[in-house]
Write a protein that binds this ligand. Structure first.
Ligand SMILES: C[S@@+](CC[C@H](N)C(=O)[O-])C[C@H]1O[C@@H](n2cnc3c(N)ncnc32)[C@H](O)[C@@H]1O
Length: 309
């Protein structure tokens, strides 16, 4: 299947990075390689390191970005593992970092990956096909309370307890194997009049299970903070998020990094040694739009930008 992903907030993110032709850049979420291509086009003497934990994304980029092979290093890994790997190859600072979080259109639109509640496929949802935990294990293996918590926390789903209960009842009869089986169970937990009031009722549960399977929020704050401090002076970091949970983590982490001295105001001298590390460039996030990006996912996209001082 052809790899398709229309990059979201493309111009805004590339402008936000303020690219120096001879700089060293990191794209943690390569996906279809749209943003990476934009960075590579602007480099002259510089270098881009790009990661994705999806093998499809890496092999697609090996083909489609082959003309930039001399300035591109592709690494199949979780972006959260990048700092030691950069040091290993002699990189001790970055001039720009891009994270365009979540799933790619390619992943959603490839039915057998099991991300979509619209197409029937085995429950999977792994970005990294080599990892053992899949949506099947979460749905058929988690205890009721854990399942309800995942659906509530990561899906902000008000019927989380009822959905978890129904899943447990169904799987006691036979394992829940496919995406449409799960989507039907969720649908049945909604009162008929509310079912399609806020889009497909399965949307929030699928988002929650996907976040759990891929550990999307685990360690995100620590990583954003560590990698921001790895920026060279004047270096920029752009993060695009797609739901409020991710955006909240990024916003708070940036605010912490921006704070200067957090001592009690009544203290005569500073004892905390906390210093402002970055400037927040976007006081309010830049929002995506379907019209501008020609990508439906753009509807909920938010871009936040910082600069290392
Ligand atoms: C929204 S897409 C990126 C699209 C890309 N910017 C483009 O222009 O095509 C997100 C990608 O990030 C990858 N991804 C998500 N979390 C990741 C992680 N922790 N480590 C590495 N890759 C990750 C996904 O596999 C997916 O391919």
């Amino acid at each position: 299947m052809e790899y398709t992903h229309v990059p979201v907030l493309y111009n805004e993110a590339l402008e936000g990075l303020n690219i120096k032709p001879d700089g060293i850049y990191f794209d943690g979420t390569l996906g279809g390689g749209g943003h990476s291509r934009g960075i590579l086009e602007r480099l002259n003497g510089g270098r881009l390191i790009a990661t994705d934990k999806d093998e499809d994304a890496i092999s697609n980029a090996e083909r489609t970005l082959s003309q930039y092979a001399d300035k591109l290093t592709l690494i199949k890994d979780d972006y959260k593992n990048i700092l030691p790997r950069l040091r290993e190859i002699g990189i001790n600072g970055l001039d720009g970092i891009l994270l365009d979080l979540g799933v790619s259109s390619h992943q959603i639109d490839t039915p057998e990956r099991g991300f979509s509640y619209m197409k029937d496929a085995p429950l999977d949802m792994r970005m990294d096909a080599n990892q053992s935990l899949s949506a099947y294990e979460v749905i058929n293996g988690y205890k009721e309370e854990n399942l309800a918590n995942v659906i509530f926390e990561y899906g902000e789903e008000r019927f989380s307890r009822k959905i978890a209960r129904r899943i447990i009842e169904r799987r006691a009869v036979k394992p829940i194997e496919t995406t449409l089986e799960l989507a039907k169970i969720v649908e049945g937990c909604y009162p008929p009049k509310d079912r399609f009031k806020f889009g497909n009722p399965a949307k929030r549960t699928f988002q929650a299970i996907r976040i759990e399977v891929n550990g999307e929020l685990k360690g995100l704050a620590e990583f954003v903070s560590d990698v921001a401090l790895f920026l060279n002076k004047g270096g920029r970091m752009c993060v695009i998020t797609f739901h409020s949970l991710e955006d909240r983590i990024v916003k708070h982490t940036f605010r912490e990094l921006e704070k200067d001295c957090i001592c009690d105001k009544r203290m005569p001298i500073c004892t905390c040694n906390k210093r402002k590390e970055i400037d927040i460039i976007t006081k309010k996030p830049i929002c995506g739009s379907i019209e501008a990006d020609k990508n439906k996912r753009s509807e909920s996209a938010k871009l936040r930008i910082i600069e290392r001082i």
